[in-house]
Design a protein around this ligand. Structure first.
Ligand SMILES: Cc1cc2nc3c(=O)[nH]c(=O)nc-3n(C[C@H](O)[C@H](O)[C@H](O)COP(=O)(O)O)c2cc1C
Length: 186
């Protein structure tokens, strides 16, 4: 059996491919941005989104003061911004970016898409805070919309040639197939 430690957990969860986002928040004159992949949509009614923020990240303390935040989805050519806002930037000058005032938190210009949120709740999640935001605004950037991906600890680029339509959102209503689960046998 595989070892059950945080390294194995990280490597296993790392097989769940994600996009890459920048969380941006403003408190008075101060703005703070942080790279995050632990982001998800949470609820449609009401519209909620969440981000998992390490308690030791400066962003955690910052979000307690800020009224909201934006989730900025990075494009395939914005890897430098991901590294910069993860504190892993080596070059002398930062990569170019621009923040524009927006609902919830400042929006980073030129991203794939953005979700503006007001802080709804902080939920305890071990060494992270699950920060839940109520969605105030949505933005979709110009075409072509190609996301930066993160998988197995590396940045990746999608091959859209392989794309196939997923079930329509009406799938919730569709009949589901229930399979016999041998683990439930008593
Ligand atoms: C690809 C990638 C994804 C990351 N995802 C998260 C995340 O979801 N949550 C988190 O708290 N930190 C995440 N981090 C780490 C933070 O970006 C990093 O610790 C950052 O320096 C914290 O910034 P701060 O302390 O200035 O707020 C990620 C880093 C990278 C490179």
């Amino acid at each position: 059996m595989m070892a059950l430690d945080s390294r194995a957990f990280r490597h296993t969860m790392g097989l769940f491919a994600t996009g890459v986002t920048l969380i941006a928040a403003q408190d008075g004159d101060e703005t703070h941005c942080m790279t995050a992949t632990a982001v998800a949509s949470l609820s449609l009614e009401p519209m909620l989104a969440l981000a998992c923020i390490a308690k030791r990240a400066r962003m955690a303390g910052f979000l307690e003061k800020a009224a909201g935040f934006s989730i900025n989805l990075l494009r395939d050519d914005q890897q430098a911004l991901s590294s910069y806002f993860a504190g892993a930037w080596q070059a002398a000058t930062p990569p170019p970016f621009r923040l524009v005032p927006w609902q919830g938190g400042p929006r980073i210009e030129g991203c794939l898409a953005a979700i503006g949120c007001e802080v709804h709740a902080f939920v305890e999640g071990g060494d992270h805070w699950i920060v839940i935001g109520r969605v105030l605004a949505l933005h979709r950037g110009i075409e072509p919309r190609r996301p930066l991906l993160f998988y197995a600890g590396r940045y990746r680029h999608a091959d859209f040639a392989e794309g196939q339509a997923a079930p329509d959102l009406g799938w919730v209503e569709a009949p589901t197939h229930v399979y016999y689960d041998p683990w439930q046998e008593t």
